[in-house]
Design a protein around this ligand. Structure first.
Ligand SMILES: C[S@@+](CC[C@H](N)C(=O)[O-])C[C@H]1O[C@@H](n2cnc3c(N)ncnc32)[C@H](O)[C@@H]1O
Length: 367
């Protein structure tokens, strides 16, 4: 059952007293089916106030749009999440209240990650590492209720392309000169992608394909993960052939992550992105695509067949093609007195961070 079918997710985070013992996440299976039904009824009543209210309860797009939260930046941000008490002998009512608190904490952490800059997010998790586990407990529960997990889609894609084609052949995975495929999983969470790829690597032995996965996140959840703010990861220029952001463009400065992906990718390297549908400012993600193109990426494909998320594929053009395109743009620029696309984008984001307009924050509504 989705966390968002838990009765009581609506408990106001700010109203929760903080002076309660050490937080411990509440297990999803503490919640009864009956609770889920109750929430659905409440939700329908509130529908008109909610962005994309027609979509399903377990759709992460119960998020409010940036416009709905316009007044928020002026509100002082709480520096601590509401605390959850633990007690092994809780009454059903107490357990229900605990679930409400856990929901409130999840929403709080989620909102922070979408509405602060990435360096602040790194600081937040370094100062309160327990927030990471709590966030991921809620996130896992959410994704389990989806028909498809975007990480699985990426893993399948890697597996299929690796097993059916040679590296650097048409349809095959992009590799470095030595045919090594190097993947950077940015905002990897618990590094499921690296773990899944490792599992099928033995089956690729015959084809002599080598795939390295570097996984980055704000906390070292396990040995696969390197801690880094994904706007600046410890890998050399052009050292990767695939960079992945799987629901990881959090942080109001997420275009810095895109610039980092461009730095990391070797020519012909691919950028794979999955993002929550409701975050896009237009249905097809056109504005988002155009923004990424101004970093030099070429758009390859968009897959919006999934109900919850849209997947985008871009590639970094080789220098000759890029030079050709830049020359064309320069020519145009000489005739038309205007800034080039990237400059225009930079000017726009100086005025308002991209996390407020290009991809809306994914904030769960309070009930
Ligand atoms: C929604 S989760 C997705 C996790 C994983 N990619 C998946 O799909 O299962 C987003 C992840 O991005 C991470 N993240 C957000 N901002 C980050 C940053 N600036 N640097 C590194 N990781 C970041 C969060 O900590 C979180 O683990």
């Amino acid at each position: 059952m989705s966390l968002f079918e838990v009765d009581g997710w609506g408990l106001e985070g700010k109203k929760v007293a903080e002076a309660v013992p050490k937080p411990k996440p509440v297990k999803e299976n503490n919640v009864t089916k009956k609770d889920g039904k109750k929430v659905k009824q409440k939700k329908q009543k509130q529908g008109s106030k909610v962005h994309h209210a027609k979509q399903e309860d377990n759709d992460i797009s119960t998020a409010v749009s940036a416009d709905n939260s316009k007044s928020k930046p002026t509100q002082p941000k709480p520096s601590k999440a509401p605390q959850v008490a633990t007690n092994s002998s809780l009454t059903p009512l107490q357990r229900k209240m605990m679930a409400k608190l856990a929901g409130s904490r999840f929403r709080w952490i989620n909102e922070q990650l979408y509405t602060i800059k990435s360096d602040e997010a790194l600081k937040l998790i370094q100062e309160q590492p327990e927030l990471f586990e709590e966030y991921h407990e809620g996130f896992r529960s959410q994704v389990q209720s989806w028909p498809e997990n975007p990480v699985d889609v990426f893993v399948n894609q890697i597996k299929t392309r690796a097993t059916t084609r040679y590296v650097n052949a048409p349809g095959g995975l992009p590799g470095l000169a030595n045919s090594r495929v190097v993947i950077a999983d940015m905002g990897c969470g618990e590094a499921q992608l690296a773990q899944d790829v490792k599992k099928f690597m033995p089956s690729l032995k015959k084809k002599k394909i080598k795939i390295d996965v570097h996984s980055f996140d704000l906390k070292k959840a396990n040995n696969f993960v390197t801690v880094a703010d994904i706007k600046n990861v410890p890998l050399a220029d052009e050292s990767c052939t695939i960079v992945i952001f799987c629901l990881a463009l959090m942080g109001t400065n997420f275009l810095d992550f895109i610039a980092e992906a461009y730095r990391l990718l070797a020519p012909r390297g691919e950028l794979w992105i999955a993002e929550i549908k409701s975050r896009l400012s237009d249905e097809k993600g056109t504005e988002f695509i155009e923004a990424l193109k101004s970093f030099g990426f070429f758009h390859k494909s968009t897959d919006d067949s999934n109900k919850m998320f849209t997947r985008f594929e871009f590639f970094k053009p080789p220098p000759d093609i890029l030079a050709e395109r830049r020359a064309k743009e320069e020519k145009k620029r000489k005739f038309v007195e205007k800034e080039n696309k990237l400059e225009a984008l930079e000017t726009k984001r100086q005025k308002r961070p991209e996390g407020e307009w290009l991809l809306k924050p994914c904030i769960y509504k309070r009930r």
